[in-house]
Design a protein. Structure first.
Length: 215
């Protein structure tokens, strides 16, 4: 059993040197909750500011209100992104500190680099859709591009990130065939809210809580 134990130790050391394993499951839970808060703000704004005057669909809005709605959705999404990334950095840095390793190393740089291209391309594409239409495709496009970024990142961190990416893409592809804005909104809430909370909880209990108990 001794040689087997040594091989496992070597494999663990090699994995730690090539993969970023300080990603916190709590950050996923936090991202999900922030996404739910952002979705709630968007829903409340639509129901109180636009829907009573124009009906219940985007195309019933007056042109000026469409632009206001697109701008609000853009700023709302940007706020969710900034707050989420801040919490991810803080919680991940905290975990890395407790493990005695640097949060910004070759593995984390590869992780960030692998996500950058899909997220940047998806961001430009979704902003264009917001202001030039068709706006219905914004919801599935955000899920699909985000899923692609997660699959890319999954090669450099925990495998749960890859599974989350696959689920996001599947959800986004299904959302492309939905004609109801209310249903699209629910798809978006499920992808960025509940899935983050689900996978973040799995990562936390499997990778952090159990590890802490065993130490």
């Amino acid at each position: 059993m001794e040689p087997l134990h040594e091989l496992q130790e070597i494999r663990s050391l090699m994995e730690r040197s090539t993969k970023f394993l300080s990603l916190s499951g709590l950050s996923g839970i936090a991202m999900g909750m922030i996404a739910l808060a952002g979705a709630g703000a968007a829903y409340d704004q639509y129901q109180t500011a636009w829907a009573p005057q124009n009906g219940t669909t985007y195309w019933n809005l007056r042109p000026g209100h469409r632009q206001e709605m697109a701008l609000f959705l853009f700023l709302d999404s940007l706020s969710v992104l900034v707050v989420s990334l801040t919490l991810v950095i803080v919680l991940t840095a905290r975990k890395a500190y407790h493990r005695g390793i640097s949060v910004w190393n070759s593995a984390s740089r590869r992780l960030v680099g692998s996500m950058a291209a899909p997220l940047a391309a998806g961001g430009v594409f979704c902003v264009a859709l917001l202001f030039r239409g068709p706006i219905m495709l914004v919801f599935p496009a955000t899920l699909i591009f985000y899923g692609l970024a997660l699959i890319n990142a999954g090669k450099h961190t925990w495998k749960e990130v890859t599974y989350l990416g696959i689920t996001e893409i599947a959800l986004g592809c299904a959302a492309m065939f939905v004609n109801s804005y209310a249903a699209l909104f629910l798809f978006w809430v499920a992808g960025f809210g509940f899935l983050h909370i689900l996978y973040g909880s799995i990562m936390y209990f499997r990778r952090e809580l159990n590890a802490g108990m065993s130490e």
